[in-house]
Design a binder for this molecule. Structure first.
Ligand SMILES: Nc1ncnc2c1ncn2[C@@H]1O[C@H](COP(=O)(O)OP(=O)(O)OP(=O)(O)O)[C@@H](O)[C@H]1O
Ligand SMILES: [Mg+2]
Length: 198
């Protein structure tokens, strides 16, 4: 399968699932997000993490507010991404110092960036995921590009947050697609076999 055919398959899945995600009601998102937060809390990698990277949810994505509150209650440091050129940089989360960035997503206004090697676990949004931990995002390649540099160095545990309907058995992937170590959904954690090999 050539790169174009892979992109076409990914785009078809992306459009289909984004449509489904947008049809969720606010209450439905909140209910499911709390279930997902409960699953995440069971993970050793979450419990042991001192510094967590989280995202600020938009447009039907799994809501991360409960996890941010839990992390803070447990004295963990929370950092959130800001788009810089083609990459994400991570800054300490401060709810009183956020500003709208690209795509209308709230971003931290702090200027002290954290290195990815300082981050123990990175929780990321996804549009779709498969049995091997391959992930489709919104199509910007931001997570792929950001994580690419850390494939051989100290790499944070990569956890995707998604609804069960975002699971597809097998997604064709590009060379540059970075896979997930685990995915948390409403009713279970999908742990990927041979995880943390890179
Ligand atoms: N490591 C990389 N180096 C250079 N370009 C990259 C890299 N990773 C991704 N890209 C570019 O980003 C574009 C989008 O990638 P892709 O379709 O995998 O996005 P995505 O995984 O859905 O998005 P995201 O990671 O932002 O959630 C690709 O067409 C590719 O050109
Ligand atoms: Mg990708």
């Amino acid at each position: 399968m050539d790169e174009r055919a892979i992109s076409q398959q990914q785009n078809a899945i992306r459009q289909d699932i984004i449509r489904q995600r947008r049809s969720l009601s606010h209450n439905d998102i909140q209910r499911r997000s709390l279930q997902i937060a409960q699953q995440v809390q069971q993970l050793d990698e979450f419990q042991n993490a001192e510094t967590l990277a989280l995202y600020l949810s938009v447009r039907g994505e799994v809501d991360t507010q409960a996890l941010i509150d839990i992390a803070h209650a447990n004295k963990k440091r929370v950092v959130v991404p800001k788009v810089q050129d083609t990459k994400l940089c991570f800054y300490r989360y401060d709810e009183d110092a956020l500003q709208k960035g690209r795509f209308g997503i709230l971003e931290p206004s702090s200027t002290k960036a954290f290195e990815l090697s300082d981050i123990d676990i990175i929780l990321m949004p996804l549009v779709a995921f498969d049995n091997n931990g391959h992930r489709i995002g919104m199509g910007g390649g931001y997570y792929d590009t950001t994580l690419a540099a850390y494939q051989n160095a100290h790499t944070p545990f990569r956890l995707g947050l998604g609804y069960a309907f975002q699971h597809k058995p097998l997604i064709k992937h590009h060379e540059w697609d970075i896979n997930l170590h685990a995915i948390a959904t409403e009713n279970k954690i999908h742990r990927i076999k041979n995880d943390r090999k890179r």
